[in-house]
Design a protein around this ligand. Structure first.
Ligand SMILES: [Mn+2]
Length: 241
């Protein structure tokens, strides 16, 4: 069979988005099984408050991911800004491999840079400051040491607040900074970048060191539209499933 790699991101799975959960479980049982590797580029979950949270639909997702990896499909995951607390226990339970915030893979022999995308949004200074603080061991341990119920309530409150917070921000600072994109691609010596996060699916042409380059922005999953990026020896295809 032909070798295939699939890229997805920004599913934002949560208890109240049952259709997305259903679509993801179907994806794991169907398209994912035909692939060699699946890359989930962050925000698989709308909120992840610790690997000990087995409230629905987490347990079911973990079980299906484990069945997939047990069947021989490699699954790689980058943390997003919503699920950066995914840790070692989740990886053990699912058989997935966690990748760094920036990861370079060979795709059809071409160096390809993968990232969730929030690190590229450098115009959003308050967010970047929060990001830096929340990635320290001290911050994470402080959160993870709270009882699960407290974390569940806090996550609910945080989501409620961020809904209003986001509406006030201009559309521009929520997008990537073009110079940051170029700098990171240069730094990692890549002419192809795949990321999610911004929910602005598109394939951008750009120039890195005088050579043509591509930036693929993955789509968020919606209940009426799910796009996956499939890659095989012939090239790529964006498919609505
Ligand atoms: Mn995101």
């Amino acid at each position: 069979m032909e070798k295939e790699t699939i890229f997805i991101s920004d599913l934002h799975i949560s208890l109240n988005k049952k259709e997305i959960t259903k679509k993801f479980l179907l994806f794991l049982e169907n398209q994912a099984r035909q692939a060699n590797a699946i890359y989930i580029l962050g925000d698989l979950f709308d909120a992840w408050i610790g690997d000990d949270d087995n409230t629905p639909p987490n347990k079911q997702i973990k079980t299906q991911l484990k069945l997939l990896t047990d069947s021989g499909v490699s699954v790689f995951l980058q943390q997003g800004n919503r699920d950066f607390l995914i840790g070692d226990q989740f990886c053990t339970e699912t058989g997935i491999t966690l990748l760094d915030d920036y990861a370079v893979i060979k795709l059809n022999g071409v160096n390809t840079l993968l990232t969730h995308g929030d690190l590229l949004c450098t115009d959003d200074l308050p967010y970047q400051a929060f990001r830096e603080k929340s990635r320290t061991e001290e911050w994470k341990q402080n959160v993870l040491s709270k009882p699960l119920l407290i974390r569940l309530l806090a996550a609910r409150w945080y989501r409620f607040r961020s809904f209003f917070h986001k509406r006030k921000k201009s559309q521009d600072i929520m997008d990537v900074n073009q110079q940051t994109v170029i700098d990171e691609m240069k730094k990692h010596d890549c002419y192809r970048l795949i990321h999610g996060h911004t929910h602005r699916p598109f394939i951008h042409n750009l120039e890195i060191k005088g050579k043509p380059a591509l930036r693929f922005v993955l789509a968020e999953w919606k209940k009426d539209s799910v796009e996956i990026l499939r890659w095989n020896a012939k090239g790529y295809k964006i498919e609505n499933i």
